[in-house]
Design a protein around this ligand. Structure first.
Ligand SMILES: [Zn+2]
Length: 252
């Protein structure tokens, strides 16, 4: 069975959508990932989980949205971002277009942490229209199921974990001889309990936010398989759920 929407004809899409109300929507970003990893890292990773888990769970998967809310990376060349408002409107309209064909449950596979605030707002808005978004953050799943595979400083932006996954997916796009370890510097105004409007360049000049030199194909394959397996189980569950069960209750 085909599960990628962009490989189907409209007739095939109709066959799926008259029978099913669940889809997968991968969201990435185009932003710097250190001197060694590609700008598409977040998009490549979101696409990989989404397409493989959707295939195993027999759920329709949309093409990956390659741009996100990434202005905090803009001092590093090639980072292409949109504003939070534009992202929110765009993703919301994608969900409403899906809803036109009866889609009610959408698993959003998010590859970029900076998209999170916007996605949470969209999910709340859409629930008012009886569209239920489950926002998946692969790094929490990975940390939960594979707590010992990476140290905390290897799990951050452009570090060993992300690099390992891209190494496993597209080895030709990672230059390990350019990878560096750079622990983020504290900003002048840093203090406990204070949030600052920082860009990455305030804390790192390479774009790496910890340790990237320990990346390996083997570790990447391990994360890929573990998270894909967990995600496909979740998609099977979501596909079976009735929207009525996920709906908010009436006033108590
Ligand atoms: Zn990333």
């Amino acid at each position: 069975m085909k599960t990628r929407l962009n490989e189907m004809s409209w007739v095939e899409a109709r066959e799926y959508l008259v029978e099913n109300d669940t889809v997968v929507l991968p969201l990435g970003s185009t932003e710097q990932h250190g001197p060694h990893a590609p700008l598409g890292t977040d998009s490549f990773i979101a696409k990989a989980w989404a397409e493989e888990a959707a295939k195993r769970a027999r759920v329709l998967c949309l093409p990956t949205v390659p741009f996100g809310v990434s202005s905090e990376h803009k001092q590093f060349w090639g980072t292409i971002w949109v504003s939070s408002d534009t992202f929110k409107n765009y993703v919301k309209e994608l969900c409403l277009a899906l809803n036109y064909y009866g889609v009610k449950k959408i698993a959003v596979i998010n590859g970029h942490g900076g998209n999170l605030n916007a996605l949470s707002e969209i999910a709340r808005d859409l629930r008012e229209k009886s569209i239920f978004l489950s926002i998946v953050h692969w790094w929490y799943i990975s940390r939960n199921l594979l707590p010992d595979l990476f140290k905390p400083e290897e799990r951050r932006h452009a570090c060993s974990e992300e690099t390992s996954i891209v190494l496993a997916l597209y080895p030709q796009n990672v230059k390990m001889n350019k990878s560096v370890d750079e622990l983020p510097r504290k900003h002048l105004a840093h203090a406990v309990g204070i949030t600052l409007p920082l860009d990455l360049v305030d804390q790192t000049l390479s774009g790496v936010f910890g340790k990237s030199t320990t990346a390996s194909v083997g570790k990447g394959e391990k994360v890929l398989e573990t998270v894909t397996d967990e995600l496909s189980k979740y998609l099977v569950f979501l596909k079976k759920m009735r929207i009525d069960d996920l709906e908010k209750k009436q006033r108590v």
